[in-house]
Design a protein around this ligand. Structure first.
Ligand code: V0V
Length: 142
């Protein structure tokens, strides 16, 4: 049910500084920026120049609060890779299939992700130490 690698997420203490770093050294461009209050993040999606918008993105995640997922991750592990996100066509079906295989999903119901996508996560302890996100993009093509 995975149709693509949607993005790789990096926890950063300062979003603007991280955007500038990736632009200066790697030439990545900001395709999208938003605040997700529920997740406690300010985030940016970066892409290589000239790519159409469906290729794998780099997601920079900065905490809005110390007690958020990213705030806790930074306190414990410092800046670095925080998640791997698989694109799926139906996040509810994907979550149900993985639950049936004995993996723990973090949410009973999908939550709102970037650009009105619907997301759920596999617990990192059930996925080889990797926080795996499942992303169902919004139907209007965001
Ligand atoms: C924690 N652990 C990780 C981890 N975070 N391992 C790999 N990758 C990570 N990102 C390890 C941690 O070191 C512990 O290992 C163990 O898992 C349990 O951690 P914990 O301290 O009990 O739990 P917390 O409080 O650190 O929470 C971990 C979880 C939390 C994964 C439950 O981060 C969470 O709810 N994440 C999902 C939401 C999220 O990440 N939101 C921000 C991105 P030891 O020490 O016991 O061995 S928002 C987003 O991506 C959006 C909006 C989007 O893409 O659309």
């Amino acid at each position: 049910f995975v149709t693509a690698i949607d993005h790789v997420g990096i926890a950063v203490p300062d979003l603007d500084a991280a955007i500038a770093f990736h632009a200066e050294h790697f030439g990545l461009e900001v395709a999208h920026e938003e605040v997700n209050e529920e997740q406690g993040v300010r985030e940016a999606m970066l892409r290589a120049p000239g790519t159409a918008g469906t290729e794998t993105a780099i997601q920079l995640l900065a905490p809005l609060r110390e007690d958020s997922a990213i705030g806790k991750f930074l306190a414990k592990s410092g800046p670095g890779l925080q998640q791997l996100a698989y694109r799926v066509s139906d996040v509810d079906a994907a979550a149900a299939a993985l639950r049936a295989q004995g993996l723990r999903l973090l949410y009973d119901e999908a939550k709102r992700g970037t650009s009105d996508s619907r997301v759920n996560f596999v617990h990192p302890k059930d996925a080889g130490g990797v926080l795996v996100e499942l992303v169902e993009p919004a139907k209007d093509g965001h």
